[in-house]
Design a protein around this ligand. Structure first.
Ligand SMILES: C[S@@+](CC[C@H](N)C(=O)[O-])C[C@H]1O[C@@H](n2cnc3c(N)ncnc32)[C@H](O)[C@@H]1O
Length: 456
């Protein structure tokens, strides 16, 4: 990028932050090509399998399953992208969820989750067990988050569109781990997305400080005693990073820094021991800050509100619908759990195992959308196709990635059947589901979600 596009006050701040020698190295790094990455979705595929396809990509050092993209690679037009086998993610952004330390079965809140880079990474670590609540205040951004959650085949996530204050009232002391990937001034993204500079000039670098403090305070109330709170930004200035965390620790004496080792390309912060930064002149990364905090075990529980489950009428309706569900899933190895079904109009969802829903909150999605009941028959959703594995469903159809039938399917075309199956079938690329078809003698009727179609 052109250095003269960078605001003078920003450059002065960086000079103070880094000292003269490092500042020169930082300036030089701003002229280098920004980095892009992809993260393998281990809910669907192994890292080894994917590297067979794309060659030996360079691993991102601070996460298990992230890689740098090679320039010119056709990653977003490859059918595997449509199968949700990987997520395109900026390499430094992979550090936050990697350092959160999620374990299968835990309850996790991703408070500022859209468009879902870290939520999909957390879900990968949960391995289908436990409960992930992915929240974002912006409804339009939350819709992009929903698509990514569905594409990655995640079944144990609820998505809410809420202010953290309202969430806090409903989920006191509830979560094992909370990620606050805060809205910030974005200085660390200047090299990759120069458009961010305009917003920085308009708002000033401290614009997001009050909302960051509030998000942290509300997250503190939702974390169980002994739980982990991880705060990250993609900016350099201290007010949004170390100073923000130091002020939080002053307000919350029951929290302490859980030190992050300064290894694998992470740099120890010079201003708050135990927190780390990523710099483009020291690692193959854009700018990033991460602080991990631990809540003391002694914090006092403050009671929990009631959980909302299906009402009487809904339970009755679900019972009536059960035979059509049973018919659809008769040959499936992944049958829905009747005790976790939820009706929303004509739509049937399966709640995550450990779900707790609170009536006053706005949820965009509560678990896995199985499908829709239409004229008394069950019609499977795109999300269900992405969640299933080929072996979970009867008689899948599979083509290799370079067969033109795959791209025709992704464009929404009806295909000629090549065998004599019937009814709903999973259409796969190399054994990875892309969506459903409904076979009618010689034709595969295409049920791929129109909004997800590959452009011609
Ligand atoms: C840095 S981005 C999050 C990126 C996301 N974690 C990911 O990995 O894809 C910050 C997000 O915070 C959201 N946000 C802003 N103010 C918020 C608030 N008060 N509560 C919750 N989310 C908020 C923005 O809509 C934005 O999507």
């Amino acid at each position: 990028m052109q250095i003269d596009r960078l605001p003078r006050p920003f450059l002065e701040e960086m000079r103070t932050l880094l000292g003269e020698v490092e500042y020169e190295a930082f300036l030089a790094s701003m002229d280098e090509v920004p980095l892009s990455g992809l993260r393998v979705n281990r809910l669907k595929v192994s890292t080894e399998k994917l590297t067979e396809t794309f060659g030996a990509l360079q691993p991102v050092p601070w996460t298990k399953n992230g890689f740098y993209r090679e320039p010119g690679g056709e990653y977003t037009s490859h059918p595997y992208y449509y199968a949700g086998l990987y997520y395109m993610q900026e390499p430094s952004a992979m550090s936050s969820a990697a350092l959160l330390g999620t374990k299968p079965g835990e309850r996790i809140l991703d408070l500022c989750a859209a468009p879902g880079g870290k939520s999909t990474q957390i879900a990968d670590d949960l391995q289908g067990e436990g409960f992930l609540l992915s929240n974002d205040l912006s409804a339009s951004r939350a819709r992009a988050l929903l698509k990514n959650i569905e594409l990655m085949g995640i079944g144990n996530c609820c998505i809410s569109c809420e202010d953290s204050g309202r969430l806090k009232n409903e989920y006191p002391l509830f979560f094992d781990r909370i990620l606050v990937d805060a809205p910030c001034s974005g200085e660390g993204m200047f090299r990759k997305h120069p458009a961010v500079i305009k917003a920085w000039l308009e708002h000033g670098k401290d614009f997001y400080c009050p909302v960051q403090s509030k998000l942290l305070d509300d997250a503190a109330d939702m974390l169980r005693p002994g739980g982990t709170l991880l705060y990250s930004t993609c900016t350099y200035n201290r007010n949004e990073n170390e100073n923000q965390i130091a002020a939080f620790l002053d307000r919350h004496p029951d929290f302490s820094v859980d030190p992050i080792p300064a290894t694998h390309g992470l740099t120890a912060s010079a201003f708050l021991p135990g927190t780390v930064r990523l710099f483009p002149h020291k690692a193959r990364a854009e700018g990033h800050f991460v602080a991990r905090l631990k809540k003391s075990e002694e914090a006092q529980p403050i009671g929990t509100a009631n959980t909302v489950f299906s009402g009487k009428k809904e339970t009755q309706l679900l019972r009536q619908l059960q035979p059509s569900l049973d018919e659809f899933f008769s040959a499936s190895a992944r049958k829905p759990d009747p005790s976790r079904l939820k009706l929303q109009g004509d739509y049937i969802l399966q709640l995550p195992e450990a779900t707790v829903l609170r009536a006053p909150l706005r949820y965009l999605r509560t678990g896995l959308l199985l499908g829709q009941i239409s004229h008394g028959r069950f019609k499977p959703s795109q999300a269900l196709a992405m969640y299933l594995r080929a072996e979970d469903f009867e008689n899948p159809i599979s083509y290799s990635a370079d067969d033109p039938a795959v791209r025709r399917y992704l464009r929404g075309e009806t295909l000629e059947a090549t065998d004599s199956g019937s009814g709903f079938r999973l259409f796969c690329v190399d054994g990875y589901p892309l969506g459903f078809v409904k076979q009618d003698k010689q034709r595969y009727k295409n049920l791929y979600l129109p909004g997800w179609r590959m452009q011609r």
